[in-house]
Design a protein around this ligand. Sequence first.
Ligand code: BGC
Length: 794
Amino acid sequence: MQPDHRSVPTTDQRLAALTEDEKIQLVSGNGMWRTHSVPRLGVTSIVMADGPNGLRFSRAQAADGPEAGADFADFISLVTRRGEEPAAQRGPEPATCFPTASSVGTTWDTALARDLGNAFAAECRSFGVSVLLGPGMNIRRTPLAGRTSEYYSEDPLLTGVMAAAVTRGLQERGVGACVKHFAANNSEIERTSMDSVIDERALRDIYLRAFERVVGEADPWAVMSSYNRLNGLQAAQHPWLLTQVLREEWGYDGLVVSDWHGITDRPASVLAGNDLDMPESPQRVARLRAGVRSGAVPAEALDRATGRVLHLVDRATEHAGEPVPFDATAHHDLARRIARAGTVLLANNGVLPLDPETTAEVLVLGAGATDPVIQGFGSARMTPTRVDVPLTEIEQRAGGPVRHLAGVPAGEHTEDERRTALRAATAAAARCGVAIVFAHTPQNADGENADRADLSLDAGYDELIAAVAATAPRTVVVLTVPDAVTMPWLPDVDAVLVPFYAGQGMGSAVASLLYGEHAPTGKLTTTFPQRIADIPAFLGYPGEGGRHVYVEGALVGYRGYDEQETTPLFPFGFGLSYTTFELSGATADRDTLSDGASLTVSVRVRNTGTRAGAEVVQVYSQPERPRVRSGPRELVGFARVELAPGEERTVTIPVAAADLAHWDVTRGRRVLDDGPVHLLVGTSSRDLPHDVTVTVHTDVPRWKPLRRDTAPAAALGNPVARQAVAGLLARHLDVDAVTADELLQECRRSFVNVFDTVANRFRLVLDEAEITRVIDQVAKEEAVEAAPQETHSS
Ligand code: BGC
């Protein structure tokens, strides 16, 4: 029955009417996936479900009550199981297994991402699920991280834009997004205890930035706090993260839910701003009750959290309706389209696309051709409605049966069995026209709760590919992998196609690309290194002694490779097609940019080949006078454009000043790099031939703010501080301002802080309170001078 909205009491009225116990229940899980209801006040129980690449929902979840999928052992088994289908988890219903975020990211297509959100919503609604536990949007700091396939990119702009599109797509159809995992959850090693130790600028500019965008642009109904610690404190109990940054600075008014069993100190988590504790835990409920009774958790804190749960439930109830079955065929088609758009062609010497008329016998190798690798392991793993089998799809296009051999024996096997399989594969390769090898990473290693051990393919695949490449006339490699892998055989193969974990439509998507029904359009969203030691995070990974120090700071991914001038195997943003594009006439609609403003970069793109295709135009900013070290270039905008052969279009890409700014730790805000900034336009992070130079203005000075430990040279470089310290000197020495300034200049070479320098040099005894007053005064005057402009024109 639809609730009568006119009669729904306000949040305050309900808070006044709820008992303490009811509030404690409301902020605590009901079984594994539900919230509690309070029927007498019209508060219903809502259902949440994983996950980022398709709905994992079991009928038991729909049941209300403590037995609703609340089995702890089931949960742990689901998250940690590898290499085989997950435990029944009380019967996950088939739903569309869409491409994982890694393959959605490589489309760089926000319209498709929004369609995906719409489709997720339809599937959630068909099962009565109110909140989808996704999208996942952590930064892919290292390709080794166990959950990279659940995340979009190593770049925060791309991550934020794609996650915002999915979030909007979900919520405009009445289902809440729960963006996760907030924050700095970039590895699965010791996942619930590891401390991500990150300097504030890297944290603000890389790890929090995508979340900031999604909160600002798409208002997710929920944010899931992460398992890890952040700079010493558990994220789920982190007041700075969950209250100061998320709510006070970003203005978020939705719900914070814990990751499953992610809270260790429930009272502390409520105080920090973690509203809902999932799933049900009698132990944590008891601790919260004790905290409330003792006053350790004040009534207002409990009310605040309860109010946010009510707000979420209201949003869900407002959109609830009778379940309508989703259109599985249309969604399968969408899954195929995304998989196709996101598949990246990394190498091709002309072998692709295959022409069934002229291609001599095709040989398909690898277990993944018949049992495709389409998703990762962990809570995101779900039951597809159907699966396109690559071999079958290839046969359909080849016009008849195609020979298939595993090449690498499955499961446990002896050395003899391995050699026999390899010999059979190479013998067949010698007789074929083209060999297509499906290869993947170890399926018993990474996923949730475990990182990859290295960047290699699963045992036997490198050897298989090398042997086949040495024998077959032509070799095409298809990599169903979560993130970057090394490719020792690269110079010897003819083409490499990477769908990543592309969901249930991968088989047909890949076959259609192999046979040129469509041209590949995907572009990498992470850098592929030549070797593991080239990963910018390498020196600090995976941490030790419970601390994972992010040694590379903000130089994550391509920022680090570019800064160190390391040549990657394939750069961020890279991807080939069967057609070619020419970019020309890059311009900006204005030549200056200041705080709060934005501009538009335009560039003509022409399809100069003979096939329809899509290009992703990328804009990177390169300041001439950077204030901080953030890599030479950073992605600040992009647009994907579809073009028929010979077609030309002008692509416009908005670039916001806010995306060019960096966090200034001394000022506690983002600041622009004033001066000339090159907006480099091209088709990958290493192919940026067009330069549109703009002049960036900001009122924020380059000098350092005055602190107790500021040295004289720095104080002299700050005119506000210089005047204030000279004033202090003038008062104490009873000299005029000009003389005081001259005396201060005589101190320039001292490395002792300016206050102690003048005190020693001029035999003064300075009162600490007076020093503090001077510092505060300078800070106040600077704040007025550098107040951000509200204007949106430059
Ligand atoms: C994962 C979350 C997931 C939750 C519920 C956790 O282990 O980290 O991403 O949503 O389980 O399955």
